[in-house]
Design a protein around this ligand. Structure first.
Ligand SMILES: Nc1ncnc2c1ncn2[C@@H]1O[C@H](COP(=O)(O)OP(=O)(O)OP(=O)(O)O)[C@@H](O)[C@H]1O
Ligand SMILES: [Mg+2]
Length: 417
């Protein structure tokens, strides 16, 4: 035992307090390494037997989605069913014992397609909250093939693990939302008729993970400075990919036009007008867009979201829990002032956002701009009771109307203006 040293840290027997030898092989571990291992084991929540999730029904899921997401009924229904089936399959596979191996249910990852700012990310986030499972949202554009600078695909799973408080069992039932998936499509270079392959490598590195594999995920816990990896099985993780797929509409349109050759021309024209492109998407269209066939094959559920109209914009401003109008009212209330945002002002904000073409994302920008004057002067106005904002304030940048608690002061203010 003279030359014995710790097989973990390499210190020799002389430099450690205790060295424990293995009963079967010719190796040793020192007291410090035993202590570190003990901490790691305590920290990691070793895989427990998975508990079955109690599942809301698709109708219940849809009702809860309704509280946060305006419109997009088809998408909400499709997502509710897809998610319900995913977790039903999970419960079924967990509950199965060795004797009942008859049918293994495969998983169905989801592809969300819709214009920018119409609720793709919001639906995915809200679902995770409803189901109380760990959720992570990653951006496909920051993902790189293993070995290149940037986040590799494993780091997305590391984030999921962190969101599950390093509980591997929980993380393995989570949802990963990969945003901007259309940006890793291969791009066709029209001048040279060659394909640029930058995105293809990322698609390939996602294949195994989408399908279900055991991945070594880097894990940096606060307690231990050592870079450790932890095995994570992705076969029960639900992957939702989302993207705007801007040129997809033309691809579907062209295909339909091609296949309609020989039909009555009038029919094609009427069809074109109320065409709901995404509902007609076929795997080949996505391949033509630049996704590789293996990738498309791993996203069997395709859900389309539609562009928002003016009424939906108005509803988004006023209806969901935590809507923007209520948020601003609360801001003013904290200063003891009532905010009266008139109906025609709300309608004008919706119209402006619609013109911006950024979906509901534009609402906040316009709202911020519209409220700036009022928010700037309100805190320094004494005895202010109410601020009224109407259409003119939004469209023509007119001053908001300030109403004061005492009449004389209000009158003075009007004279000043
Ligand atoms: N249908 C909707 N109901 C309620 N709020 C919505 C809806 N659509 C969008 N919003 C609002 O707009 C914001 C942006 O939406 P979201 O992040 O879901 O867009 P997206 O579809 O993922 O767009 P992108 O393709 O640009 O990522 C949300 O945080 C939400 O406040
Ligand atoms: Mg998004």
């Amino acid at each position: 035992m003279g030359k014995a040293f710790c097989s973990f840290c390499g210190k020799s027997q002389a430099n450690v307090r205790r060295l424990v030898s293995s009963p079967s092989t010719d190796c040793y571990i020192c007291d410090t390494c035993v202590e570190i291992c003990r901490e790691i084991l305590n920290d990691n929540n070793l895989p427990k037997k998975m508990d079955c999730l109690s599942l809301p029904t698709p109708i219940e899921i849809k009702e809860q989605l309704d509280e946060y997401i305006v419109g997009q009924d088809n998408a909400k229904r499709a997502m509710a069913v897809a998610v319900y089936n995913h977790y039903k399959r999970l419960n079924y596979n967990l509950g199965r014992n060795a004797k009942q191996k008859s049918i293994e249910l495969d998983k169905s990852n989801i592809l969300l397609i819709g214009p920018t700012g119409v609720g793709k990310t919001l639906i995915a986030k809200t679902l995770a909250r409803i189901l109380k499972v760990p959720f992570v949202c990653v951006d496909a554009t920051t993902l790189t093939e293993a070995g290149y600078v940037g986040d590799d695909v494993e780091s997305a799973l590391a984030k999921l693990l962190a969101n599950a408080d390093y509980d591997v069992t929980k993380a393995e039932m989570g949802i990963v939302y990969i945003d901007e998936i259309d940006k890793i499509a291969k791009k066709l270079d029209l001048r040279n008729q060659t394909r640029d392959v930058s995105g293809e490598g990322v698609q390939q590195s996602l294949l195994k993970i989408l399908e279900g594999t055991v991945v070594q995920v880097p894990q940096n816990t606060r307690k231990s400075p050592h870079q450790e990896t932890i095995s994570m099985d992705t076969s029960n993780i639900l992957f939702i990919c989302g993207g705007a797929f801007v040129r997809l509409e033309n691809i579907i349109e062209n295909r339909c036009a091609r296949s309609a050759v020989g039909f009555n021309q009038n029919e094609i024209v009427t069809e074109k007008h109320n065409y709901r492109y995404i509902e007609n998407v076929q795997p080949n269209d996505l391949v033509e867009f630049g996704l590789i066939p293996e990738f498309v094959g791993r996203l069997p559920v395709v859900v389309g979201l539609s562009a928002l109209d003016k009424q939906s914009m108005i509803n988004i401003l006023t209806k969901p829990k935590n809507n923007l109008v209520d948020q601003y009212k609360t801001f003013f209330k904290l200063d003891g002032v009532e905010l009266d945002l008139q109906q025609n002002a709300i309608s004008a904000i919706a119209q402006k956002a619609l013109d911006l073409g950024m979906g509901a994302r534009g609402l906040r920008t316009i709202m911020e701009e519209a409220m700036l004057d009022a928010m700037y002067s309100t805190p320094s106005k004494q005895d202010l009771q109410k601020v009224t904002i109407d259409e003119n304030c939004i469209m023509k940048k007119a001053e908001p109307k300030f109403i004061f608690k005492q009449k004389e002061k209000a009158q003075k203010n009007i004279q000043k203006n």
